[in-house]
Design a protein around this ligand. Sequence first.
Ligand SMILES: *Cc1c(COP(=O)(O)O)cnc(C)c1O
Length: 369
Amino acid sequence: MKRKGFERQNIAQLAGYVPGEQRSDVAVIKLNTNESPYPTSPKVQDAIATVGIESLRRYPQPTADRFRSTAASVHQVAIENVIATRGGDELLRLLLTTYVDPGACVGMTDPTYSLYPVLTAIQDAKVVSIPLEADWSLPQNFSSQINANHCQLTFIVNPHAPSGRLIGQAALQVLASEIEGILVIDEAYVDFVSDEDHDLTQWAIASDNIVLLRTLSKGYGLAGLRVGYGIGPVHLIEPMLHKTRDSYNLDAISQQLADVALGDQAYAKSVWAKVRASRNDLKRALQDLGLAVSASESNFLLATVPSECALSAEALYEGLKAAHILVRYFADDRLKDKLRITIGTPQENAQLLAQLTALLRGGQSTASR
Ligand SMILES: *Cc1c(COP(=O)(O)O)cnc(C)c1O
């Protein structure tokens, strides 16, 4: 008989992160995990062709210097202000293992990115979850609650997931000055913010307690490559870069391709502009269907299905799924009447709208079964 019970108690009690559904059939319209609807820069395709097996014989450059130097020049910071990680998710884990003692408190909002409580539990730290207001803004006493619990680290996702709401720089500066611990501003979706002047990088590197998270998974169409990075003052970046990180956290191919994708800012910006335009169109169309849509500065929309609608949010989610259109449904109390919909291409958005229209009219799915 196999022995059981080897897990640490916090791991045994952990439910684990539930990622959005990934289906391999290409026919599905995938609007459930906020991936880019467009491929990454064509220069990445060219770079893939230049990868030779001989180059894979050696270990990669440990600290991804070329990629970090490109990131540093894109953001006009020093290379020492940047750490490259296996997706933004690895940065989250490094922040916790480097800066949070087991048993200590980690602050976050409710709702938020559902990976934060899972990673906090793996570190055997305590989650301090502070409910957002009805309009998804921070409550007045947010920082005093964070400080009362002596949170060593606090996660804010901005623009917020799953609502898309953006907190402006002035409000964040007040927050960062009030909060006694580290403030991690997760900017996974910042590429889609309309205001091109929204840029926290110079402020973050000059700060005492701010780390910004960036990823190539959303704005650069590279979720499959697994590359993200952190930006912050050297005293916060350095311990993760030289002590807690896996020595070869980014493989050679990822480093090379991520460097090319990040370096092609012109292409990336053209994609973000298309997504923003589609966001406005899709929002208006969803409102025309009778749904309430939160203001979003992200590449997704959070749509509330009013109680007078023919179908509930969950029934719409199921109806769309039956028609091979995936959106995200969260059963949580505050989200159970809502759908989170990733902005797709104009054709994908049109198909989504056609299917939603059919479902709301009480008609059958338009897809052939
Ligand atoms: C996607 C995402 C990340 C990072 O994802 P990676 O694919 O690991 O880079 C981090 N935070 C939020 C809120 C996200 O949505």
